[in-house]
Design a protein around this ligand. Structure first.
Ligand SMILES: Cc1ncc(COP(=O)(O)O)c(C=O)c1O
Length: 361
């Protein structure tokens, strides 16, 4: 079979062989359904060793599900969820927080996907006003939808400010591995004060599977009780859970000879490929024929280029337009690298972009 390569999303990537091997190892005989199985017990241990003994993990099927279960767990019926205008929960979940969770998203503007503590004041005044959705949860995305990464200090300041206002903090960690790899910190450090994490596996080499991870010690006992019901009621309880658990455990615990876990190796590689792509395109940006619209801090490169050139490149490589470009006749494209993107893939893609831009001139 010919190997195809695209730059559309990290969820276009194949499944990492170590994840496949972990699923194959779990694929032996019968085991108890709905999570009382050996692979899920190993996953529970991996969550405790990664995020601390106080943490609790609940495997789910997808990132949208992880977000909805997390937000519903943190919010009463009258809750509002403060988030960036670019947040996946705001723009890419078909209103699931509102439709499924009954939760209103309270948007804040953001130029680079990140939020700043002083922005919380926009909704803090609504606390205690029965006419307003109560801003009880702040949801942050790490790394952000625009490929940027909060520094540990910036994230800690933000979560501190939210807690000071009495808000809980949810982290959409669909790409927390990329953020932790970029920051050179552990997954636990990367959570920097969040109470509940949507832990991403799919974009990091899994077949499918994410987890809701309760991080805050003071929530452990109430959410240990509530979350199983919530996960089932939101259709995120897998009967053959062992196969999701095995994948997530492989990402967390499968190490190479240097002792590096799979999540780190995969994320570090995807980030390095994005950096390589940016470097290859830098001369074009200097020549003014394309424009980087965001810093490249994780595994995404955002650029503005002429629509004709973008469409010519698309004949061979799939990718998404993020939005119309700021200049007429241009588009802003998002180019994403994955654990299995190779240096040759990147170089071939950069050549195709260069040729298309020369033709477009
Ligand atoms: C930031 C972020 N959060 C969550 C998700 C969850 O996605 P899905 O429900 O497709 O697994 C995605 C997927 O693109 C994402 O980019």
């Amino acid at each position: 079979m010919n190997r195809t390569v695209h730059f559309a999303s990290d969820n276009y990537a194949a499944v990492h062989p170590e994840v496949m091997a972990a699923m194959a190892a779990a694929n032996e005989g019968h085991d108890v359904a709905y999570g009382a199985d050996a692979a899920t017990a190993a996953f529970d241990a991996a969550i405790a060793s990664t995020f601390g003994e106080q943490a609790l993990g609940f495997p789910v099927f997808n990132g949208t599900g992880a977000n909805i279960v997390s937000l519903m767990a943190l919010s009463p019926r009258w809750g509002g969820i403060v988030a960036s205008e670019h947040a996946h929960i705001n723009v890419d979940e078909n209103g699931a927080p509102e439709r499924v969770g009954g939760l209103k998203i309270l948007q804040l503007p953001s130029v680079d996907g990140r939020l700043h503590p002083d922005q919380l004041a926009r909704y803090a005044g609504d606390l205690g006003d029965e006419h307003r959705a109560q801003p009880v949860v702040l949801s942050v995305t790490q790394s952000t939808e625009l490929g940027t990464v909060y520094s540990l200090e910036a994230m800690a300041d933000l979560t501190y400010a939210a807690h000071e206002l009495g808000m809980r903090v949810h982290m959409d960690g669909a790409r927390i591995a990329n953020a932790a790899a970029a920051l050179g910190v552990s997954l636990r450090e990367a959570t920097a004060g969040a109470d509940v994490l949507s832990f991403g596996g799919t974009k990091n080499g899994a077949m499918l599977g994410e987890a809701v991870v309760v991080l805050a010690e003071d929530l452990r006992s109430s959410l240990a009780h509530d979350l199983p019901y919530l996960r089932k009621a939101t259709m995120q309880l897998g009967s053959k859970m062992r196969y999701v658990s095995a994948q997530l455990s492989a990402l967390l615990t499968s190490t190479d000879l240097a002792g590096d876990p799979l999540w780190l190796r995969n994320a570090r590689h995807a980030n390095a490929m994005a950096a390589r792509l940016r470097e290859a395109l830098a001369p074009l940006a200097q020549a003014g024929v394309l424009r980087f619209t965001q810093p490249t801090e994780s595994n995404a490169v955002f650029v503005e280029l002429p629509r004709t050139a973008a469409d010519a490149v698309r004949a061979a490589f799939r990718f998404y337009d993020w939005q119309a470009g700021a200049t007429p006749g241009t588009v802003e494209a998002r180019w994403m690298c994955a654990w299995d993107t190779t240096a040759e893939d990147v170089d071939g893609f950069a050549r195709a972009i260069t040729e298309a831009l020369e033709t477009a001139r």
